[in-house]
Design a binder for this molecule. Structure first.
Ligand SMILES: *Cc1c(COP(=O)(O)O)cnc(C)c1O
Length: 428
């Protein structure tokens, strides 16, 4: 074990600031990252990797993009934080609202977790109802009422998936399976008048990529409308990635609330929640739903987000992301086929889900073959040694960025071929 890892484990729980970084779900120890440039990251020993994780989603332009660095440096020279409104906030809020035109106002926070947590409070304050609905396999950050893993049955009562969350806190959380209109219809028939909010990742990307049928999402829109509940699209991953206006734009569905994060900060900590004026009027200081933040709307973070959105606005960005995503999909498909590994792939633009299991790509959490995670756990260190940085867990996705080249993806293909050969030797 290298010295940094030993020191990290002495000083921080598991040696990390966020649990999956500890590599508990794969074999081997986590390398320490020293720097990144474009599509590559370098560890402290000089090892180079093609990065298919992109800091878990934010880095759609790749690492250390010159325009983002320049904007951050320029903002930083004028001071790091004021606790007063700055020009960057206004500009980024306008840029966000231009991309999500059904929303009237946007409130900045510092993380995706905070955005969702605040949106839940706002929905409850607005509707004067308490019950909320989430879907199995969707992740919305670590705010207490959404830290619920339910069974896949109808409207399972919430059971917290973390210690430290009292049952009372999740008693008002219902968990439904994805991809199941009947379960949603049944819950609304029974409890519709009590439901404040339905929260979903319209492109669930936190348990692999569980592509949803448009009809399912439209059913949620209809049910929430009919019963006076709000619909929250958690677009912390999909926002700005699958289209400037996220899945809401791609599908032409108007949710009541949207949460954003990741790309919004271009690598700096920024989250946001937005809704039409009628709802946002309830947020303090306009209304009675309190929510605040010392570093919210931070000028350096706003500059990073704004520079990122401006780069994404260049002609051809989304076509290029689609093309790179398709190339990655074809490359991984070819390598897994050659190695005789049963697999399925799910993709939308620059997000790819790799399923090392039989049958079609799953659309719901219960369709994921948990045993496949073990195969991935053994493949991961081999891929790392071949110079490819993928998520240290089977239940994650791959991201490509505008910094990736066709040659980077070919390199991934060759590395995967070699890693799969070694996997076949070590595990017959
Ligand atoms: C990452 C993520 C969050 C949490 O964001 P943090 O910035 O990690 O708090 C919430 N929702 C979704 C869909 C996410 O992918």
């Amino acid at each position: 074990m290298n010295d940094l890892l030993a020191r990290a484990r002495r000083a921080m729980p598991g040696g990390v600031s966020s649990p999956v970084r500890a590599f508990g779900a794969v074999r081997g120890d986590p390398p320490f990252v020293a720097r990144g440039v474009g599509a590559s990251i370098f560890d402290v020993d000089g090892g180079e990797y093609v990065d298919l994780l992109g800091s878990w989603g934010p880095l759609i332009l790749g690492h250390a993009h010159p325009a983002v660095l320049e904007a951050v440096a320029r903002a930083a020279r004028d001071g790091l934080s004021f606790g007063a409104t700055c020009r960057g906030e206004v500009e980024l809020a306008e840029a966000v609202l231009a991309r999500f035109p059904f929303a009237g106002k946007c409130r900045f926070v510092s993380t995706g977790t905070e955005a969702v947590m605040s949106a839940v409070r706002l929905a409850r304050g607005f509707t004067q109802r308490s019950r909320i609905v989430k879907f199995e396999g969707c992740y919305h950050g670590h705010c207490d009422p959404l830290m619920v893993k339910g069974g896949s049955g109808l409207a399972t009562f919430g059971v917290a998936s973390s210690a430290g969350i009292p049952p009372e806190v999740v008693a008002m959380t219902e968990v439904l399976p994805l991809d199941d209109e009947a379960a949603a219809e049944e819950l609304f028939a029974r409890r519709g008048h009590e439901i404040a909010l339905v929260v979903i990742e319209p492109l669930p990307a936190n348990a692999g990529l569980l592509l949803q049928r448009e009809k399912f999402l439209r059913t949620l829109r209809r049910l929430t409308h009919e019963h006076g509940a709000l619909l929250l699209f958690d677009e912390v991953i999909s926002g700005f990635r699958v289209a400037p206006g996220g899945m809401a734009q791609r599908l032409g569905i108007e949710p009541d609330l949207v949460t954003l994060g990741k790309i919004l900060g271009g690598g700096m900590p920024v989250g946001a929640y937005l809704a039409r004026d009628e709802i946002m009027q309830h947020v303090a200081p306009l209304g009675p739903v309190y929510q605040a933040g010392t570093l919210s709307g931070n000028p350096v973070a706003m500059a990073a987000g704004l520079a990122t959105l401006r780069e994404l606005d260049r002609a051809g960005s989304y076509e290029r992301l689609e093309q790179l995503g398709a190339q990655l999909e074809a490359t991984i498909d070819r390598a897994l086929s050659r190695a005789g590994v049963a697999h399925a792939l799910s993709r939308m633009g620059s997000i790819l889900g790799v399923w090392m299991q039989q049958g079609p790509a799953p659309r719901a959490f219960h369709a994921i073959d948990q045993a496949a995670a073990e195969r991935y756990a053994r493949l991961h260190p081999l891929l790392l040694r071949e110079g490819v940085w993928m998520a240290p867990s089977y239940f994650e996705v791959c991201f490509v960025s505008l910094a990736h080249s066709g040659a980077d993806i070919e390199r991934v293909g060759r590395a995967l071929d070699r890693a799969l050969e070694q996997l076949a030797v070590t595990v017959p």
